[in-house]
Design a protein. Structure first.
Length: 317
C-alpha cells in the first residue's frame, strides 16, 4: 500500500486487532504486542493494508480497555513502548499501516485527572475537566437529568453531598468536558505523541459524542432510552451536535496530522459511531493544504467520504 496517495483509505483492507486476545507470545494467557509482531507475515499474506489496534493502553478493564488510565503508554500486560515501535517499524517494512484507537469521550476513573477531581472536590479546577453537577431534589437525591448510560441505568453517578458526575458508558468511565481548553490541549499532546511514533491514522471512539450541551439548566432528553440523536438539526443535548464538527476542524486536531503530511504520510481515519451526516473532518475536500481521509459510519450504516460541508445535501436512504 502506498500511503502517500491521499485516497489510500478508499480501497484499503483494514484489519481490526484486539491485542488482548489476538495472539499470546509469552504464554501468560493474554494477547500482547509481540503476538501481533509475530503474526505480521500472516497478516501480509492475507493482503492487509492497515491494522486497527483496539486500545492497548494501561486500563483497569472495566470496558475492555476503552477505560483508559494513561493515553501515552502501553499496558504492561501487553508489552512496552519499545515493542510498539518495533510493531510500527516491522509493519511498515511489509507495507502495512498502523491505526490506533483514541478514546476522547471519557477516561478511566483511575486516570490521574479523575483521581485529582475526586480528591479536590466537584467545584475544583481539576473537576472542570469532567462533568460534575449537583442533583435535583431537596437534598440532591435525584440525578441532574434523565440522561441514561449506554450500558444501562442513569448516566449520573453520585459522588457524595448531592453531587454527581456524568458517564455515558460505565460508571468507571467519567465523561470529559470538551468545553474545557485543557482537555482539547491534552488530546493534541496525545495525538502528537502517537504521530511522532509513526502511526498512520486514528480511529476515534464515540466521535459523535464529544460536544454536549452543558448550559444551565441542563435539558432532559425527549426519550432517554434512545442512544442515537433525537433531532436532525444537531440540537440533541448529547449526540451529533454541530459543535462536534468544530472540534475536528480546529487546529488542535489538525496540527499533528499536518505533521504526518509533511513526512509524506497523508493518513488518518475516524469511526463516526452513527453520525447524522456520516463524516467529520473538514480537510477531505482539499482545502488548506494536505487532504486527509477520515471514515465515518452514517445513521443508516452507510459510509461517506466527505466533510460535513460536502455532505450537507446528502440524504441517506
Amino acid at each position: 500500500m502506498t500511503f502517500t496517495n491521499n485516497d489510500w483509505w478508499r480501497d484499503a483492507v483494514i484489519y481490526q486487532i484486539y491485542p488482548r486476545s489476538f495472539s499470546d507470545a509469552n504464554g501468560d494467557g493474554n494477547g500482547d504486542l509481540q503476538g501481533v509482531i509475530d503474526r505480521l507475515d500472516y497478516l501480509q499474506a492475507l493482503g492487509v493494508d492497515a491494522l486497527w489496534l483496539s486500545p492497548f493502553y494501561p486500563s483497569p478493564l472495566a470496558d475492555g480497555g476503552y477505560d483508559v488510565a494513561d493515553y501515552c503508554d502501553v499496558d504492561p500486560r501487553l508489552g512496552t513502548l519499545d515493542q510498539f515501535d518495533e510493531l510500527v517499524a516491522k509493519a511498515h517494512e511489509r507495507g502495512i499501516g498502523i491505526i490506533v484507537d483514541i478514546v476522547p469521550n471519557h477516561t478511566s476513573d483511575q486516570h490521574r485527572w479523575f483521581q485529582e477531581a475526586l480528591a479536590q472536590g466537584p467545584e475544583s479546577e481539576a473537576a472542570q475537566r469532567y462533568v460534575f453537577r449537583q442533583g435535583k431534589g431537596e437534598h440532591g437525591e435525584l440525578p441532574p437529568t434523565n440522561w441514561l448510560s449506554n450500558f444501562g441505568g442513569s448516566a449520573w453517578e453520585s459522588c457524595g453531598d448531592g453531587w454527581y458526575y456524568l458517564h455515558l458508558f460505565a460508571k468507571e468511565q467519567p465523561d470529559l468536558n470538551w468545553d474545557n481548553p485543557e482537555v482539547r490541549h491534552e488530546f493534541l499532546r496525545v495525538l502528537t505523541f502517537w504521530c511522532d511514533r509513526g502511526v498512520d491514522g486514528f480511529r476515534i471512539d464515540v466521535s459523535h459524542g464529544l460536544a454536549k450541551d452543558l448550559r444551565e439548566p441542563l435539558r432532559d432528553r425527549i426519550d432517554p432510552t434512545l442512544m442515537s440523536p433525537q433531532a436532525t438539526d444537531g440540537s440533541d443535548p448529547l449526540w451529533d451536535r454541530d459543535a462536534v464538527h468544530d472540534i475536528y476542524r480546529e487546529k488542535l486536531w489538525h496540527t499533528p496530522l499536518v505533521r504526518l503530511a509533511q513526512r509524506g504520510n497523508v493518513r488518518a481515519c475516524v469511526h463516526g459511531n452513527g453520525v447524522r451526516e456520516a463524516a467529520f473532518y473538514n480537510r477531505c475536500c482539499g482545502r488548506n493544504g494536505a487532504r486527509r481521509a477520515l471514515l465515518g459510519s452514517g445513521g443508516e450504516g452507510k459510509t461517506a467520504r466527505m466533510c460535513r460541508a460536502c455532505v450537507r445535501s446528502v440524504k441517506f436512504a
